[in-house]
Design a binder for this molecule. Structure first.
Ligand code: 9MG
Length: 305
């Protein structure tokens, strides 16, 4: 390499580093407000309103218990609550529209209000998205990134809401049986680019879109680790969009920890959350809010310095 090439290369490296160091605070536009991101990591608390989450282990669940759990997460420092009525765990079964509505809408009605933090609806069904937005939700979290129904984007556009486009392969029922992707980084980046274009064609404002690599959704354990390790590539290639990530209690952590069960994955969750923040994540989706809030405060301070 001659001297001028070395100089040019060094200049580009320096500019790239400077761009990240001076990264401005940006705004994610939601239905009734904008959320600043880029200065500190935002924490989204998971609220699954499903029979296996807020029940005595039987067939029923309680809206009041779900609301109390959300209030607990808010008191622990959650910035957003993500309400879901259909389990997306590997192998989980489809829930009817009527059942999903009956699970989530009363909870959103109780949580959403002029003084509340933003509420997100985790759904792939346009009708559920529409009812949730009417009940006060401000974000739609679509784990199919519009693959299951592009009409979700029309509902988001109509409400001026935020839209999370999460990359996934197959469906929650089939995703673990798929042959592994050959190059997971390219597949995630190309897939998200396609979903961003589709969302915009359906009228969603670019500043309302957040992206998510979809840890655990049709990826091998090694590919989940790779996606976290190379998250800076996603942050670079799709610089205009806030990055959300959810590693909380996921099975790749259990696999790294001698098959630890879900309730023994907190420290592994925190390690993967901090690694994600250091590599460019702006929003982390977690079950254990207090632990995550403290971890990202420390990670943010290190990143800022
Ligand atoms: C619903 N859901 C489960 N895991 C998730 C993840 O990693 N990201 C997002 N956006 N949603 C998720």
């Amino acid at each position: 390499m001659n001297q001028s090439w070395v100089f040019t290369f060094a200049f580009f490296l320096f500019t790239f580093d400077l761009m990240f160091a001076l990264m401005p605070i940006r705004q994610w536009k939601l239905a009734r407000r904008s959320l600043p991101y880029g200065e500190r990591t935002l924490v989204m608390g998971v609220l699954n309103v499903t029979p296996d989450s807020f029940s005595d282990g039987g067939q029923f669940y309680s809206h009041d218990l779900a609301v109390a759990h959300a209030e607990q997460m808010i008191s622990e420092g959650a910035d957003i609550i993500d309400v879901g009525g259909e389990s997306t765990r590997p192998g989980s079964a489809f829930v009817t529209e009527a059942e999903e509505l009956q699970r989530v809408i009363p909870v959103i009605e109780k949580l959403a209000g002029p003084t509340s933090i933003p509420i997100s609806i985790d759904t792939t069904k346009p009708s559920v998205a529409r009812a949730a937005l009417a009940a006060g939700a401000e974000i739609v979290n679509d784990i199919s990134a519009l693959r299951f129904a592009t009409l979700i984007a029309d509902e988001v556009a109509r409400a001026g809401a935020g839209l999370v486009l999460m990359h996934s392969r197959g469906t929650p029922k089939t995703m673990q049986q798929l042959p592994p992707a050959e190059d997971i980084m390219s597949e995630v980046i190309d897939g998200l680019c396609g979903s961003i274009a589709a969302a915009q064609q359906h009228g969603v404002a670019p500043e309302s879109i957040a992206i998510d690599p979809g840890i655990g959704f049709g990826k091998t354990a090694e590919q989940n680790v790779e996606l976290i390790a190379k998250l800076d590539q996603l942050a670079h290639d799709l610089f205009d969009f806030p990055i959300m990530i959810g590693t909380s209690r996921k099975s790749f952590i259990g696999k790294l920890l001698d098959n630890a069960p879900a309730d023994q994955r907190l420290y592994g969750t925190i390690a993967s959350t901090v690694a994600s923040v250091m590599n460019g994540a702006h929003i982390v989706r977690v079950h254990d809010v207090k632990a995550a809030v403290e971890a990202v405060r420390v990670a943010d301070a290190i990143k800022r310095s």
